[in-house]
Design a protein around this ligand. Sequence first.
Ligand code: GLU
Length: 416
Amino acid sequence: MTENLNPFAIAQAQLDKAAEILQLDPSMHAFLREPMREFHFTIPVRMDDGTTQVFKGYRVQYNDARGPNKGGLRFHWEETIDTVRALAAWMTWKTAVVDIPLGGGKGGVVCDPRNFTDSELERLSRGYMRAVASHVGLFQDVPAPDVYTHPRIMAWMMDEYETITSKREPGVITGKPLELGGSAGRGDATARGGIYTVREAAKALDINVEGATAAIQGYGNAGTFAHLLAEEILGLKIVAVSDSRGGIYNPQGLKAKETMQLKAETGSVTNAQGVDQITNEELLELDVDVLFPSALENVITSRNAANIKANMIAELANGPTTPNADDVLHANNVYVIPDFLCNAGGVTVSYFEMVQNAYQYYWPEEMVHERLDQKMTKAYWDVHQMAAQKKVNNRVAAYLVAVDRVAQAVQLRGWV
Ligand code: GLU
């Protein structure tokens, strides 16, 4: 039987498993299986050549029982409504597992931003914000960066929103440039949070990761900073990295600063000299201690799970591992730090950004790091304890912690 790779079907199947263990009330389970609201719209964009192109846009508000919806916005040619639904569901569990007072949402536009000029990108970003303006806000729904969206896009969107509403409300969106109310420490927050969970996992498993080897699949925001911080904080030796064009391998180790510079200057890590060229698939199967999937969904599936040689997988991407692959990894004793725990550092610092925007007073970077560390460390041990208590893998344990918190909020509100 071929594996179902629809991300929303996967998100629902993961929830179903947790609902069974929690013996969740059937009405509550039915409610948590679906998004509360979703918006579908078209965005006409005047291109530089004078033609108009029409893009499909989405915003899914999955669940706001614990607070305003929160989650990024992705510009990607393979975006589908089911991808956005899955990512919005995972945001709901993510904000719950780190226990920040927010719900879950996600947005997407089906487009290939790699072909856009800056002015086309600006018009698309402003068009997106016009379409969702009456449904977002500091107390309603707060977008942020995700794949192929960056701080400049957040700045254009904030400006469009503030122009429409005739007020200053920087907390309508996070991941902004520092000059416009962004938070110190937001840039590397996703990777930093993930590195903290690896540090805690090493304590829990009583292993020393200093000098251990690692491979990073994906070299966007999460992957690049994971490279830098894995070296800096954990002393890991990164032997392989990859981007959408392919990967590079050097058993002596790849230095973060050099590789980041090469990527910035030439557009791809594959332009490195004196290293072996490998594919993304080969990178995932390397014999390393820690593997960081840091790009997109469905890269560890029933096709390659049995070939994974890493002892630990720290999922900086959302949804990199399918349920079938999870079963194989668990049987093979691979220790997985699941996505919505491992990559929750981004939204945690986004929450700090909202708090700072609300009182217009800004924290130094060290304070952000310290508070992020507290949140990630607590979340890691909550999940670790749940896994030990219920004798389940970390992903199921993370669901048990998060779903229980969301269900309690839904019940206290009297919705179900
Ligand atoms: N896109 C990031 C994520 O998937 C960050 C979301 C946010 O900061 O709201 O967690």
